[in-house]
Design a protein around this ligand. Structure first.
Ligand code: SF4
Length: 170
């Protein structure tokens, strides 16, 4: 494959440790276009594609993935609107998150003593969960009786290496 002088010069800007890989990638693309000469335009096109891929990856990496676990008993009377309102407005216990944060899971403990959480955390780990919020209903002591298993539940989650935030909208 032939390279135009200005294309080669541009290629030299690529860090040495990945340059030959970049060269091979560009040549494959050019070949697919039915050409046998690499031009500056081909190099710039590859660079733009690379930047777009890295940009998306970076964006995805920065996005915090959140799940909320709540009391199974309370869920019979609560649709979870207040939790979502607090998240959507980044209020109370969600204040710390940027616009790109996302709730990827919203589930109940499965009933006393909350053993279902163990398996659900495993599922969430496959989706790169960053943090699990214990919903306010699990922590309040006035409106509902205090969860008698809260400490075990916390250990179950942190034991799997997932960070906890205590509370959602209160
Ligand atoms: S374990 Fe706690 S959070 Fe789960 S149902 Fe029982 S009281 Fe509610």
């Amino acid at each position: 494959m032939e390279w135009k002088a200005d294309a080669l010069k541009e290629l030299e800007k690529v860090p040495e440790n990945v340059r030959s890989m970049a060269k091979m990638g560009i040549e494959t693309t050019v070949e697919k276009k039915g050409k046998n000469i690499v031009t500056l335009e081909d190099v710039n096109e590859a660079a733009a594609q690379f930047r777009a891929i890295m940009g998306n990856r970076e964006k995805e990496e920065k996005s915090t993935k959140i799940a909320v676990v709540r009391c199974d008993i309370v869920s019979e009377t609560c649709p979870g609107v207040a939790c979502f309102k607090a998240f959507n407005k980044r209020k109370v216990h969600f204040e710390q998150y940027g616009n790109d944060a996302q709730i990827i899971g919203f589930f109940t403990c499965g009933g006393c003593p909350g053993r279902r959480i163990f398996r659900l955390v495993d599922s969430l780990l496959k989706h790169d969960i960053d943090v699990i919020h214990l919903s306010s209903c699990m922590l309040l002591e006035k409106s509902y009786a205090k969860c008698p298993h809260i400490e075990e539940i916390k250990q179950m989650i942190t034991g799997k290496g997932v960070r906890i935030v205590e509370g959602t909208h209160h």
